[in-house]
Design a protein around this ligand. Structure first.
Ligand code: ADP
Ligand code: MG
Length: 286
């Protein structure tokens, strides 16, 4: 199954839904490195589509093609019903304004306060918005990610999980219709990872977005996914709900889930060890 490039997402139960992103035979190579070989995928309105895949399988390349940070070589990319290849520069900008992208490092401005980090995109995109309206939007966005108390802090004063929340607030404040998350839980401890995964699920409902969540964190996938696509060798090698994939009898999917569960297990062991070392060390403090 994994090597069959004709495998397409099983969309039977979604036939009547609206696709906000459609990819047909999408290809992208870097010189001789064929990263995306033949991607066929749809993202439906209101769903959380998780893309799982090992490191280096082209997950970030795929998401960058969607926001136009990378040009694809061939195939078709349709966003909000519009073929990207047929849009002029101005039309592309309008499409991209409707898409939010949470970068892996949250891409915060470290010299600005939390408030200024949130005001910045608003002032740039909603140029004529009055100050009290901006204040209201900033407070609302911070409330929605559980950061109301941090408004006058600097990003450096925040924990990794809080920085991630701030990055999320800064993206959501522009009310995107599509949210793209690149490895939202990478580098976070297991408890914070779980909080962020739950938050992604919550904001999905609150802001009524359609999302792509790229991850190799199986727990994040379990907590956020309405549907999962597994990327392998430049194609969508498997598709289904978390339960369907976890219970799959396909040998390759079974081994994939086993390996990523094992990775997760080791990650937890490492985190636990670090936490223990930290608390032992703190024990020695006066
Ligand atoms: N700008 C680039 N130039 C050349 N090669 C790239 C570039 N971006 C990504 N690649 C290559 O594409 C492959 C997939 O990368 P990436 O999408 O970052 O993987 P991941 O699934 O871990 O997100 C890797 O082999 C990477 O080296
Ligand atoms: Mg990546």
């Amino acid at each position: 199954m994994a090597d069959d490039t004709s495998v397409k997402p099983n969309t039977d139960d979604k036939q009547n839904d609206i696709a906000v992103i459609e990819m047909e035979h999408l290809k992208k190579s870097f010189e001789t490195n064929q990263v995306l070989r033949d991607i066929n995928m749809k993202v439906y309105k209101g769903e959380n589509l998780v893309i799982l895949g090992k490191s280096g399988t082209g997950k970030s390349v795929l998401i960058k093609c969607i926001v136009g940070l990378i040009d694809y070589d061939a195939g078709k990319l349709v966003i909000f019903g519009k073929d990207v290849a047929e849009q002029n520069q101005k039309e592309l900008i309008e499409i991209r304004k409707r898409i939010g992208f949470l970068f892996q490092n949250s891409a915060l401005y470290d010299s600005m306060t939390v408030r200024e980090n949130l005001e910045f995109p608003l002032k740039r995109q909603l140029k004529k918005t009055p100050k009290d309206e901006i204040d209201k939007l900033v407070k609302e966005a911070l409330d929605n990610v559980g950061l109301a108390d941090t408004i006058d802090k600097m990003p450096s004063e925040l924990s990794g999980g809080m920085r991630k929340r701030l990055g999320l607030a800064r993206t959501l404040i522009l009310k995107p219709e599509i949210m793209l998350y690149d490895e939202p839980t990478t580098g976070l401890d297991p408890i914070t990872s779980r909080e962020i995964s739950k938050l992604i699920q919550e904001v999905q409902t609150k802001y009524d977005t359609s999302s792509i969540i790229i991850t190799h964190d199986i727990e994040c996938a379990k907590l956020t996914a309405s549907r999962i696509v597994v990327l392998k060798d430049g194609i969508c090698a498997a598709e289904g709900s978390y339960a369907e994939l976890e219970n799959s009898t396909d040998e390759w999917i079974k081994s994939f889930f086993f390996i990523i569960n094992l990775d997760k297990f080791y990650e937890r062991v490492i985190w636990k060890k670090e936490l223990r070392i930290k608390s032992d060390w703190e024990y020695l403090l006066p």
